[in-house]
Structures are given as structure tokens and as C-alpha cells.
Design a protein around this ligand. Structure first.
Ligand code: C5P
Length: 229
């Protein structure tokens, strides 16, 4: 495949307070990881899928991936993650086959992300060779504060976007940016931009919210049960 998708699922999910690492916590009758793979195996283009899982759950992740992949299982694999998200992505990059030219990095925790967003970021990279990241307008008013929580200023939210995943990049430029990275960045787009590359935003989707807290999980479960009925 020309497209590779790295699904990072190696976090512990402390804020969710579940008994298991977050991607392996239940979402309805399945796991967050299983649900997150649905849109990926429905993409327009066939993709190589690499799931990055906690080392002790690699076997369980393999059976989830095999179930989700169906005939695409030949292009799907699981590798063990690292101590940080950035290290986990790096492990995934190392597992991509030679044919891959466009890499998508996706949080398993954004389990309800629509397939259309995956297809849109692939198209964006194919057309521009820039990094392409889904983003949504910020609806809250954002304040900058000092160390004492005193408000310094109100930031103009018209120029802000809250960014999501999947984030898509030309493979060679992303690999070079990872090889040169000198510190931890909060997302792949920041790491890619720090190496001098351009990143553009495409329209994200409210369904791509990251399941972080118990409240987020309840929201995801409510959306899933209304989708089923
Ligand atoms: O903790 P947070 O929800 O921000 O993590 C975002 C994504 O990165 C999650 O899907 C999580 O599983 C993944 N992650 C990882 N390896 C880590 C930390 C987080 O794969 N060491």
C-alpha cells in the first residue's frame, strides 16, 4: 500500500480511571481500540495499518486487529509502544513497509472519527505534499494567564484551531523530522513543523473528540447506542 496508518494505543489512560489501559477499556460491547479501527478499514485506499500497543497487550491487540481487518489483515500488524506518545509513533514508523509514501498518525482514543476525515487528509497530502491536519474552530473564549492565574490577555479565537487526528504527512519528510527531533512535541504536526515543513488544516469533525475522561467515554457510548438504534 501507498498509505500507512499508525494507530497509537499504548497510553495508560490515567485520566479515564479504567481498570485497563485506555484503548482496551470497554466502549459498549467492544473496546475503544476495536471501534477506532472501523473507519480505517473502510478507507477508499487500501492502507497498511500498524497498531502500537502496550508491550503486555500486544497479543490482545493482535486479535483485535485481526478481527477488525478481515481480508486486509495481511497489511496489519501490532508493535509495542514506548514511554511517550512520540516514542510510540517512532516505533510505528519503523514498522512501515517500503511502499508507503503517505503516513497517517491517529490516536486510538479518537475512536469515533469518521472515515471521511481519513480520506480527506490522504487527498490533502497527495495534492500538496504538506502536512495535513484536521482542526475545528475554538468555541470557548481563551485567556492567557500568568503564574498567579491573573489574566494577561484574551486571545483572538478567530485565529485558533483545535487540532485532532488523523494527521497526515509525506513519509520521507516525517521520518526525517522524527530522526532529527530534539525534544518532545505535543503532536506530530508540531514535530513536523519544527523541522521546517508546512502544515495545513482541513476541516475536522466533532465526532473525532479524544476519549480522555469518564465523561468523554459516556458521551462516546451514548453516540454509539443512538447510532445503533
Ligand atoms: O494520553 P492521550 O489520550 O493524550 O494519548 C493520545 C494517544 O496516544 C492515545 O491513543 C494513547 O494510547 C497514545 N499513547 C501511546 N503511547 C504513549 C502515550 C500515549 O501510544 N506512551
Amino acid at each position: 500500500p501507498i498509505v500507512g496508518v499508525i494507530v497509537v494505543a499504548a497510553g495508560s489512560g490515567t485520566r479515564l480511571g479504567a481498570a485497563r489501559p485506555k484503548a482496551f477499556a470497554p466502549l459498549g460491547s467492544r473496546t475503544i481500540l476495536a471501534r477506532s479501527l472501523d473507519p480505517i478499514f473502510s478507507m477508499q485506499r487500501e492502507a497498511q495499518v500498524v497498531v502500537v500497543a502496550p508491550a503486555e497487550l500486544v497479543d490482545e491487540a493482535r486479535s483485535i486487529v485481526t478481527d477488525a481487518a478481515g481480508p486486509a489483515a495481511q497489511y496489519a500488524s501490532v508493535v509495542a509502544g514506548g514511554a511517550t506518545r512520540q516514542q510510540s509513533v517512532a516505533r510505528g514508523l519503523d514498522a512501515l513497509g517500503d511502499s508507503v509514501r503517505i503516513v497517517l498518525v491517529h490516536d486510538a482514543a479518537r475512536a469515533l472519527t469518521p472515515t471521511s476525515v481519513f480520506d480527506a487528509v490522504v487527498t490533502g497530502v497527495a495534492q500538496t505534499a504538506a502536512g495535513i491536519v484536521p482542526g475545528v474552530p475554538v468555541t470557548d473564549t481563551i485567556k492567557r494567564v500568568d503564574d498567579d492565574e491573573v489574566v494577561v490577555e484574551t486571545v483572538d479565537r478567530a485565529e485558533l484551531r483545535a487540532v485532532q487526528t488523523p494527521q497526515a504527512f509525506p513519509r520521507a519528510a516525517l521520518a526525517a523530522a522524527y530522526a532529527d527531533a530534539e525534544r518532545e512535541h505535543t503532536d506530530d504536526a508540531a514535530l513536523f513543523a519544527a523541522a521546517g515543513n508546512t502544515v495545513s488544516i482541513v476541516e475536522g469533525d466533532q465526532l473525532s473528540f479524544k476519549i480522555t475522561t469518564p465523561w468523554d467515554l459516556r458521551r462516546a457510548e451514548a453516540l454509539e447506542s443512538s447510532a445503533d438504534s
